[in-house]
Ligand binder design. Structure first.
Ligand SMILES: [Zn+2]
Ligand SMILES: [Zn+2]
Ligand SMILES: [Zn+2]
Length: 324
């Protein structure tokens, strides 16, 4: 056990439970909530590699160790671990073989009670909770919109997540490509507006096209005492479709008098209110991550996919990761 207790970054790694320097894993035994053992577990012995989580959320790859599972349930599993462990937090990311037809993958646990089980062996309970568990959840591996600043942010520091990429637990993915404010990188809204000044106060004239003489003019020019009469050829009793068609004239800006056939996509930043043509937006690729996460439910063929078991699984609101 390290005597150097590092304080986790309060904002990004708040859920990472750090072992205080005076504690030992055995003293953590009393902390285990008995409620968490209510659901049945089935015996399941499979080899695993455990990667301890550092207080800052990064993997402690140097102090990884091998062990076995002893049993598994929907909320946690039993672990058989080496006696002397060098852990700075209660979080472990476990790499273990999948169930039948399931690729190997990872599970995040927080260690609860432990007990000696022989000279070199220690038994521990691991709950599917805490930072190591959350780290593998898809909702924590993709950018979210900070609705106060209207900017995309990762829930955890990329520098930390990239360390999990280096050891193969996470995989970087292109999550999205977005148009942002060129000044402050916040999210804009879009509307069609004036090419010159960006104003939305634009309208266009309604025109009529007389087929017989090819004259095109404002509708008002054709209107004569309740009749439609062509101002050029004086043709009357004009029938829409047969004699004439309506056309849309150029857009005219009421703010700057600019006229044009097309309107521009105009963006306005939700953060700094800058108005700019949409083609000047800053295009940013948003990086996300994918975890090769095992679904505990799939490791439990004996329990079967009964509705009751599925309801238990729904406590963890994440979609099961498909096998890679
Ligand atoms: Zn204008
Ligand atoms: Zn005419
Ligand atoms: Zn802005």
């Amino acid at each position: 056990m390290s005597s150097n207790t590092v304080v986790a970054d309060a904002e990004t790694m708040s859920s990472n439970t750090v072992i205080a320097s005076a504690e030992t894993l055995s003293e953590k035994q009393g902390v285990l909530n008995p409620r968490l053992r209510q659901r049945p577990r089935i015996a399941d012995r499979r080899p695993l590699l455990a990667i301890p989580v550092r207080p800052d959320g990064s993997p402690d790859w140097k102090n990884r160790f091998a062990g076995h599972t002893t049993d598994i349930g929907l909320e946690g599993l039993g672990l058989e671990l080496p006696q002397d462990l060098n852990l700075q937090t209660l979080g472990l990311v476990l790499s273990l073989a999948g169930g039948e037809g399931q690729a190997p993958g990872y599970l995040g646990v927080e260690i609860g009670g432990t007990e000696n089980a022989g000279r070199d062996i220690r038994h521990a309970g691991g709950q599917f909770t805490g930072f190591a568990h959350e780290l593998l959840g898809s909702e924590n591996l993709t950018p979210r919109l900070n609705a106060r600043r209207w900017q995309f942010e990762m829930p955890y520091l990329e520098a930390i997540l990239d360390q999990w990429v280096q050891i193969g637990v996470l995989e970087p993915v292109l999550w999205d490509r977005v148009q942002l404010c060129p000044r402050c990188r916040a999210l804009p809204t879009f509307r069609r507006g004036c090419n010159a000044c960006g104003s939305i106060h634009v309208n266009n004239d309604r025109l009529m096209h007389h087929f017989a003489c090819a004259h095109v003019g404002l509708v008002t020019e054709f209107e004569d005492k309740g009749q439609l009469i062509c101002p050029k050829c004086r043709g009357r009793q004009l029938v829409v479709g047969a004699d004439y068609e309506y056309m849309t004239g150029p857009y005219r800006c009421q703010d700057c008098q600019w006229a044009d056939d097309e309107l521009e996509q105009v963006a306005q930043c939700l953060g700094c209110q800058l108005r700019f043509p949409a083609h000047q937006a800053y295009e940013q690729e948003l990086k996300g991550y994918r975890a090769h996460r095992l679904d505990p439910l799939a490791l439990l063929p004996a329990l079967g996919p009964t509705p009751a078991v599925l309801a238990g699984a729904a406590l963890d609101r994440r979609p099961a990761l498909c096998a890679h």
